[in-house]
Design a protein. Structure first.
Length: 249
């Protein structure tokens, strides 16, 4: 019953009918919603014809409602692969913060010229955000298929779509930084601000959704007996330069 109620709420959010009433009703339901139920509701809506892009927009609305209600799981989750992914998220968010800091500095109008320290930081940010592709590969090649095998296809589909869109912008950022000496300061600043305006909020929302919806769903849906093989596959694919070092027993 909870899933059907949630699906109806998501339809109403899309139609934007009685927005205040819908949000109040959603708040009551989402205060206790199981992440797996949310995932299954989103998947059912995809079967009804909702595009992943539409569900992505809906998910952003869900998260505004969920942000003060979800009990966030910390890195003491029982499965090591989830610990690794969440610790990498913390590192990625640091690079996203640095990107926002530099873009804001340029956008403030106090200076359109990057200092050498800023440029060095920006180069590092552009490189490390691309290195996060390894993080996404472990999700797409190992974690997502196991969810899909269990009939949970909606959240992985949305996350893959966001990975694709972020990938395009991350590559553009790296290319922009590589030609900083060939562009005038105004053009460089404008392009950097445009990329940051997409990358910063999208990455933050993406990570929030994975930490609070997708990962808890995976922990519930995937049997404990499979996490050792997931870890083995993670090790085979490899990690990011910013992945915290693990201690082995």
């Amino acid at each position: 019953m909870q899933k059907e109620e949630l699906k109806q709420i998501l339809r109403e959010i899309k139609s934007q009918s009685d927005a205040a009433g819908v949000r109040e009703k959603a708040g009551r339901l989402l205060s206790s919603v199981d992440p797996k139920v949310l995932s299954l509701a989103e998947q059912d809506l995809m079967k009804e014809g909702f595009a992943p892009e539409e569900l992505g927009e809906l998910c952003d609305v869900h998260l505004q409602l969920l942000s003060g209600k979800i009990e966030r799981q910390r890195v003491d989750d029982p499965e090591q692969p989830i610990i690794i992914l969440k610790e990498e998220h913390t590192a990625i968010l640091g690079y996203v913060d640095n990107l926002e800091q530099i873009a804001r500095k340029l956008g403030a109008g106090t200076s359109s010229k990057l200092s050498q320290d800023d440029l060095s930081m920006l180069r590092n940010v552009s490189e490390m955000l691309l290195e996060a592709e390894n993080h996404h590969k472990r999700e797409e090649d190992v974690l997502f298929p196991r969810l899909e095998q269990r009939g949970i296809g909606g959240p992985p589909a949305m996350m893959r779509l966001e990975h694709k869109e972020l990938r395009t912008r991350k590559k553009a950022l790296k290319e922009l930084v590589g030609k900083v000496d060939k562009l005038n300061e105004r053009d460089f600043s404008k392009q950097l601000e445009e990329l940051a305006e997409y990358i910063v909020p999208t990455f933050r929302n993406h990570i929030f959704k994975e930490n609070n919806i997708l990962y808890p769903t995976a922990l519930q849906a995937i049997p404990a007996s499979e996490w050792t093989s997931i870890q083995t596959e993670f090790d085979r694919i490899g990690y990011c330069p910013f992945t915290p070092k693990r201690t082995t027993g």
